[in-house]
Design a protein. Structure first.
Length: 254
């Protein structure tokens, strides 16, 4: 807890060091992205999701734009664990030893949840959306001519948000430990949360019940898992608070 006595200039210098570390790693990751972007693009073009149409470049600059976009996305994904660790390293001096170990464990869990969200979106949701859109085009007699850049952007817009949505349990756990939310609050907000999840599933997926159900069920499971995790964290925090002196207790009553 000695970091609390550090002057403002010391915090700024520490933050600057962390940002430089992230930037240096990002530049190395970008080089990796340059070497891996082409195989990734070829894989996406010939994957089952894209098997029913041929990719086209509508502008002369589309190939280089797609190459750079995919390279940057790869670099950002590779840098994400470093960003999380540097963020933890910046705030950890102000934590107790148990808090340090606990929050450090968030990083691998967060990465696994991100991968799970992207995988669910790409392997489950995207095929449903592509099948629905292509079927609708055929019914209306529209010949679909797909641009490679538009397809890559479509994949990014669908997959990356789900990677962040799947962070819900980690975010809820963190907010519970800060005392911002409680399990009782999550229970009271359940019906409103379900309505929001139904709306989100309706917006993201094609307008058919099966696709919306496929999307809604994992979101509900995430919310319920978050509620359970919040309850466990709340109980542990209350137990720890009872062992502290009265002036150090910060956990609100439920």
């Amino acid at each position: 807890m000695n970091a609390k006595k550090m002057p403002v200039t010391g915090h700024i210098q520490e933050l600057r060091k962390r940002l430089i570390t992230v930037l240096i790693f990002f530049l190395f990751a970008l080089v990796v992205g340059f070497f891996t972007a082409k195989p990734v693009i070829r894989y996406l073009q010939h994957a089952e999701n894209a098997g029913m149409f041929t990719m086209n470049a509508f502008r002369v600059t589309d190939p280089i734009k797609v190459f750079m976009e995919v390279s940057v996305v790869i670099a950002c994904l590779l840098t994400l664990p470093v960003i999380l660790y540097q963020l933890w390293a910046f705030i950890s001096p102000g934590m107790y030893e148990k808090e340090k170990k606990l929050t450090l464990s968030y990083i691998p869990v967060s990465i696994l949840l991100f991968i799970a969200g992207v995988s669910f979106s790409y392997f489950v949701l995207c095929p449903l959306m592509v099948k629905f859109m292509m079927g609708l085009s055929n019914e209306m007699g529209i010949r679909a001519v797909i641009g490679i850049r538009e397809y890559i952007q479509f994949l990014l817009e669908i997959t990356l948000p789900f990677g962040f949505v799947f962070q819900m349990p980690v975010v809820v756990l963190f907010l519970t430990q800060l005392g911002i939310i409680t399990p009782r609050l999550l229970k009271k907000a359940r019906k409103y949360a379900y309505l929001a999840l139904i709306a989100a599933a309706g917006i993201i997926t094609p307008p058919d019940v099966f696709s919306q159900l496929i999307t809604f069920v994992p979101l509900v499971l995430l919310y319920e898992a978050s509620t359970l995790i919040s309850k466990m964290a709340y109980r542990n925090a209350q137990k720890a608070a009872k062992e502290m002196p009265m002036d150090e207790q910060t956990i609100p009553s439920e």
